[in-house]
Design a protein. Structure first.
Length: 389
């Protein structure tokens, strides 16, 4: 049994008010192509199908197109809901759709929904456990809820059946080690009541996880996050997106490989002075990357007039500008103490400037401050400036 594992499609998502619908359509077509190339027997979507409980109409159409292409090729799809989805909307008409090979798990009854598919080695049970809140299972934590629901499954006394879990939770390793996170996971709460230990999945041949956007293995067993299909923050700029191709042979024999996804637009971070970034030679060096989604950190010390317009005249998809002079140094303390009674006006201003900007006052600005301080002291008749004024 060979299947493709993906998750966290977040169809309908916007970043910096930019719709990603075109990018999502592009990547979903690519996933279909990979499924056909690999000749998979099924495709799993481990939650967060949509980005919002009420998805935009064009997002619903996009998902329909994606699923239709797969089903026309006789590839069954097993899909669960995540914390971003509305179970009622995603799982609408699920019993009718099962006849077409589309299996959707939105809500959990007394036990998780199980989809059984058959290959040359026999039957494979795909256990579908969508995201639910602990209270819905009468529990105080996610770990308790997951353990309770999994314990309701029929016991495989001979341990001969092949089982795959499809679920959407924050899963930690057997020793409590947390998975690697990215900036796009703003709603992920680390540890505490939200953490589910991977040890609960030890009776499964493979656990297909959704919820964390970085592809990774969790714990010592075959417990994997496929990661999101697209990058959804500049914190993910250096990573690569992928899907998992999983192959089950006889009981206990599992192989997992990653197939890289190539986005329509990469997300990149560049930095430099404005004039340097828009110079012809710099632009030419970008090659095909001119259309990438960019976060630009400008290192200019002087004030700039409408830098976004200047940048977008060359890089049409600049989404965010940061100014180095406004960024605090990583090693700078969050709070600084200024000893008012022991320093001159000029020194106090220099300290204040460094605390605010994260960099020392340059000589040009120091001269301006000193001149202004002398003028102010002279105007107030300050005797301390008599020698200098």
């Amino acid at each position: 049994m060979k299947f493709l594992h993906t998750a966290d499609l977040h169809i309908g998502k916007r970043i910096f008010e930019l719709s990603l619908m075109e990018d999502q359509a592009y990547i979903l077509r690519q996933i279909v192509e990979i499924a056909l190339e690999e000749r998979v027997d099924a495709l799993l979507i481990a939650g967060d199908v949509y980005d919002r409980a009420v998805p935009p109409a064009e997002g619903v159409t996009l998902l329909d197109d994606f699923l239709t292409k797969l089903l026309k090729q006789h590839i069954p799809v097993i899909m669960i809901t995540g914390n971003h989805d509305s179970p009622e909307r995603v799982a609408f008409a699920d019993r009718i759709l099962e006849k077409q090979g589309l299996y959707i798990a939105g809500e959990v009854g007394k036990e998780p929904k199980t989809v059984t598919l058959t290959d040359a080695f026999g039957e494979v049970d795909f256990v579908c456990l969508p995201f639910i809140k602990p209270a819905q299972a009468g529990c105080a934590s996610n770990a308790q809820a997951v353990e309770k629901l999994l314990s309701s499954l029929p016991v495989d006394k001979k341990k001969s059946r092949r089982r795959v879990l499809v679920t959407h939770y924050f899963v930690v390793g057997e020793m409590g080690e947390s998975p690697l996170l990215s900036q796009s996971e703003s709603d992920v709460n680390v540890g505490g009541l939200d953490a589910v230990p991977a040890s609960l999945f030890q009776n499964f041949d493979y656990a297909a996880l959704g919820h964390i956007h970085k592809a990774q293995k969790v714990g010592s067993g075959n417990v994997y996050y496929s990661g999101s299909a697209l990058k959804y923050s500049f914190g993910e700029a250096l990573g690569e997106k992928s899907v998992n191709i999983v192959e089950l042979e006889e009981k206990g024999k599992v192989s997992v490989k990653m197939r890289a996804l190539k986005p329509l637009h990469e997300m990149r971070c560049i930095r430099g002075e404005l004039g340097e970034l828009i110079k012809a030679e710099t632009v030419l060096s970008q090659g095909d990357g001119l259309a990438d989604y960019l976060q630009v950190t400008l290192t200019d010390r002087e004030e700039l007039i409408d830098p976004m317009a200047s940048l977008r005249s060359v890089y049409p998809n600049v989404l965010q500008i940061l100014f180095q002079k406004n960024l605090k140094r990583e090693d700078a303390p969050y709070e600084s103490r200024i000893e008012v009674g022991k320093k001159s006006t000029q020194e106090l201003f220099s300290d204040f400037y460094e605390m605010l900007k994260g960099e020392p006052l340059d000589e040009k600005r120091k001269a301006i401050v000193e001149e202004a301080a002398r003028a102010a002291q002279k105007a107030e008749g300050d005797p301390t400036c008599a020698a200098d004024c």
